[in-house]
Design a protein around this ligand. Structure first.
Ligand code: ASP
Length: 286
């Protein structure tokens, strides 16, 4: 049947947003698991889950993404899948893309085309138009509360399907008040997102500039491939990031047996998972 785990970003969720964040994470995990339960791929499951999170204004991705220093939205997203036939995997990413409600789908289209691994800015907008994706207007993308406040966190999902294929997806508005053109860890393969058949899948969240320096998602998958327990790897990679940088972060993992883990050094990170048909949801950091 497979397993799926999702996160709604490592950070500081206001008390008032806790229930909405948990409910949103649960809805996303259910949407992803529904794909797995009907025999769908891990890739389709993580895309479905992340689309639900992108639609939810409580999270910093798609609709509800935070604003940059000019008051605009520039989103980053990545998908990666790896199968028995293609262990090195396939990857697609977009970065600094304005005004698309579902950047994760754009990333998947980049992957499916197979010509490039990442397309940014205006090029991503042109590619989206070519694929028939219509941009949203500024008004449709900026959630009312974002116009007033800068907060919120990235979203991501990791899944394994019943053939053992693994996939990860991460989508974000980035850091609030960021420079125009700033790209975070989320769309960078191996930093915010990674998947390898026989090892597992990882999606990271938190201070992108720190996550890049430790190449967090790839490091986690290397440790899973070496046989370490998934819970230890989640905690170990985040503890190492905190030791080696001045950043904070969180990660979700699924391993090749379908076991999952989540861990964050921040006060809160909403998560939800469905393993063997049983769903759990929470927002605390471990
Ligand atoms: N990692 C994201 C970035 O730096 C932000 C986050 O996870 O909250 O763009």
């Amino acid at each position: 049947m497979g397993s799926i785990i999702v996160h709604g970003g490592a950070g500081v969720f206001a008390d008032a947003d806790v229930e909405a964040a948990k409910a949103g994470a649960a809805r996303a995990a259910d949407a992803g698991y529904a794909v797995l339960a009907r025999g769908g791929s891990a890739l389709a499951a993580v895309e479905a889950a992340v689309r639900v999170l992108e639609d939810d204004p409580v999270f910093n991705a798609g609709y509800g993404a935070v604003l940059n220093e000019r008051g605009d939205i520039e989103t980053d997203a990545c998908v990666m899948e790896s199968s028995a036939a293609d262990r090195a995997g396939r990857v697609g990413a977009v970065a600094a893309v304005p005004f698309f409600r579902h950047p994760v789908t754009l990333a998947r289209l980049v992957m499916e085309e197979g010509r490039h691994a990442m397309i940014v800015g205006e090029g991503a907008t042109l590619f989206a138009a070519e694929r028939g994706l219509t941009p949203s207007s500024r008004e449709e993308m900026i959630a009312p509360h974002r116009a007033k406040q800068h907060a919120g966190d990235t979203v991501g999902a990791c899944a394994i399907d019943d053939r053992g294929h693994v996939a990860a997806a991460t989508s974000t508005g980035g850091t609030s008040g960021k420079r125009v053109g700033r790209v975070g860890d989320a769309p960078l393969v191996g930093c915010g997102t990674y998947a390898e058949f026989g090892a597992g899948a990882a999606s990271a969240t938190g201070h992108g500039e720190s996550i890049m320096r430790v190449v967090l998602a790839k490091d986690a998958i290397d440790q899973l491939r070496a046989g370490r327990a998934v819970g230890e790897v989640a905690r170990g990679t985040i503890d190492a990031l905190v030791r080696r940088t001045d950043g904070e972060a969180g990660v979700i993992l699924v391993d090749a047996s379908g076991a999952i883990a989540h861990y964050a050094s921040t006060p809160r990170m909403p998560w939800a998972h469905v393993v063997a048909g049983v769903r759990a949801v929470g927002i605390e950091n471990a």
